[in-house]
Ligand binder design. Structure first.
Ligand SMILES: CCCCCCCCCCCCCCCC(=O)SCCNC(=O)CCNC(=O)[C@H](O)C(C)(C)COP(=O)(O)OP(=O)(O)OC[C@H]1O[C@@H](n2cnc3c(N)ncnc32)[C@H](O)[C@@H]1OP(=O)(O)O
Length: 218
């Protein structure tokens, strides 16, 4: 795959409008931005975030970690780019397109009929009593609902509403199956349904509305 694979709904950026038509004019889907170690770097950050959730450091260790993190933040400060050129969210070869703000998922199938992915909520996503925080389940549904909308219409959509029904507890550190699909399309309105399963057990389901953006709509 080349650095940037064009899709018909990638609207070219212009000098006047670097992100005309939604989140980005050119989704700049890539497997190369950020380099070959970008995915491993994201995994280390994810692992760190999970450990922070459970760690109870001594004051000395906390001070050491602060110092290490200061150094790491200073290193990244030298490499900051804008939203439109960051690798995050564009790396289709990585879980969740390399976006650390999303729970890590891997797409199994995706097209106009919907999306199926394997999602694994980790220690960072702990809500309480050993299971996943409901907000993180909603984040996964939001992103994959948006992706189902995009693959159905060939355009970027924004969430108008998102209702998640929590049917049973969602385990951590276990691959789960998440599905989203456009149930009904009424012009720009996309009524998106979804399910999250642990094996045969339904953990949550989704009822949502996405609105396809008009050209140039921010
Ligand atoms: C091979 C690899 C491929 C990779 C592929 C990558 C894909 C990459 C995917 C990324 C996926 C990210 C997915 C994240 C998605 C977000 O998280 S978006 C962030 C959260 N959402 C927002 O911030 C939206 C804020 N709200 C808005 O911007 C505007 O209200 C909206 C939603 C765009 C709608 O505004 P609008 O376009 O002006 O539309 P408007 O005329 O008001 O409404 C249109 C119709 O919808 C109806 N409507 C609007 N809102 C509502 C509502 N809340 N309830 C009911 N009806 C409503 C209206 O009544 C109207 O109905 P009709 O009169 O046409 O019958």
């Amino acid at each position: 795959m080349t650095e940037t694979s064009k899709h018909e709904w990638d609207i070219p950026a212009t000098d006047d409008s670097p992100h005309e038509g939604g989140f980005r004019a050119d989704l700049a889907i890539t497997t190369e931005r950020g380099g070959p170690s970008y995915g491993a770097m994201i995994e280390q950050v994810r692992a760190f975030m999970g450990k922070v959730r459970y760690a109870s450091p001594t004051p000395e260790l906390a001070d050491e970690v602060i110092e290490d993190l200061r150094k790491l933040n200073a290193k990244l400060d030298t490499m900051l780019v804008d939203e439109w050129t960051s690798p995050s969210g564009t790396r289709i070869d990585l879980p969740s397109r390399g976006n650390i703000t999303l729970p890590p998922y891997v797409i199994t199938t995706g097209g106009p009929d919907g999306v199926e992915a394997e999602v694994t909520f980790g220690d960072f996503h702990l809500g309480g009593n050993g299971v996943t925080h409901g907000g993180h389940v909603a984040v996964a549904f939001d992103d994959l609902g948006g992706m189902a909308s995009a693959l159905k219409t060939g355009g970027v959509a924004r969430t108008a509403y998102l209702t998640v029904n929590y049917r049973s507890l969602t385990p951590l550190n276990k691959p789960l199956t998440i599905r989203t699909w456009v149930d009904v399309q009424d012009d720009r309105k996309l009524y998106v349904k979804g399910t999250l399963h642990d094996g045969d057990r339904l953990c949550a389901d989704l009822d949502s509305l996405f609105i396809k953006l008009k050209p140039g709509q921010p």
